[in-house]
Design a protein around this ligand. Sequence first.
Ligand SMILES: Nc1nc2c(c(=O)[nH]1)N[C@H]1C(S)=C(S)[C@@H](COP(=O)(O)O)O[C@H]1N2
Ligand SMILES: [Mo]
Length: 382
Amino acid sequence: MRSPQARFTSPLRGAALTARVGVAVGVCFAVCFLTGLYSHYSQEPHQPVPVPSSPVWGYRLTQGLHVVSGTVAVPLLLVKLWSVYPLLFAPLPRPRLRPLLLTALERGSVAVLVASAVFQLATGLANSAQWYPWAFSFRSAHHALAWVAVGSVVLHVAVKLPVVRAALAGPLDEPGGPREQVGPGPLTRRGLLRGTWLAGVVAALATAGSTVPLLRHVSVLGVRSGDGPGGVPVNKSAAAARVTALATSPAYRLRVRGPGGTRTLSLADLRALPQHTETLPIACVEGWSASGDWTGVRLVDLLALVDAPDDAEVVVTSLQPRGPYRRTVLQRTFASDPRTLLALGLAGEPLGLDHGFPARIIAPNRPGVLQTKWVARLEVRA
Ligand SMILES: Nc1nc2c(c(=O)[nH]1)N[C@H]1C(S)=C(S)[C@@H](COP(=O)(O)O)O[C@H]1N2
Ligand SMILES: [Mo]
């Protein structure tokens, strides 16, 4: 009887191909994992070791790499899965407990690997397209599954290391392989591999424009590519955040609280304080980033009004009535950095309502989610 596996006849498949594509998938996963951990940690309100505020473009680079490496991994992983999936139909070993158990373990671990990798890439892509068709917290789920995915990758590599080594040491085209064989089509392994790398490059170009302005016009997947008031895209509008009435009210006051008491400042009071301009990027977890020229009051100047200590941590609260980003924490590295502004303007114009009018936080090397808009209160954490 023909085993189901015998129906997969493509001579292109083979360890030589799988191993080469596998190495590239591994590199993408490693970059994606490390940059992802950094992003996750950056968003933690309690940081035993605070993230530094320099270089200003740090998060912009790491998060750009995160989204690009994840996107590049998609075509690579598809080719890798295609190259090995007939193994799923390989006949089971003789009905003896030990071999059966080992096979079950191996296939089980591969199933976990494939499921977690597909979950990570699919939710990540959806997130960078600003599509959240699920109820769970994206950040917690994406973080937890990252460990599962990387753990199963490490296990898989450990199990397959001898095969991978031998395959990488050998030629891509085995003797009697597809090059000599008269196959169903003209495609060789070399051609397939070139096509795979090309797909990776196309995926990179399609996303990198969200970070690299020069590539903006080729990046079809770059959903936020730098258009918007002041050259900075708008993520959540004032209408979506339901803050329009509060933000435009003449009764707006900023409250600053610290050891020296509470100060209440109107927008005119804020404008009367010394103004500074800083060029700082907004770098969203979704992968897009854009640099802006922000003008406003230095946070350190505001903190000095309430006698805040040099190592103060500051809780920022938005006028926004609800939402996960209405309260954020500025660790001491950001709170004490003279480049951190309570911005009142962007690109020489007063701040637009959607960019956080009357006042927003802009700090160097911070994830965009923490650049709080429509700021109502600044409180030194006791
Ligand atoms: N109050 C408040 N601030 C917020 C947000 C929000 O939803 N509410 N979104 C954050 C996110 S996710 C990003 S990327 C930046 C985007 O700022 P922008 O819309 O001015 O580009 O604002 C941040 N500040
Ligand atoms: Mo964001």
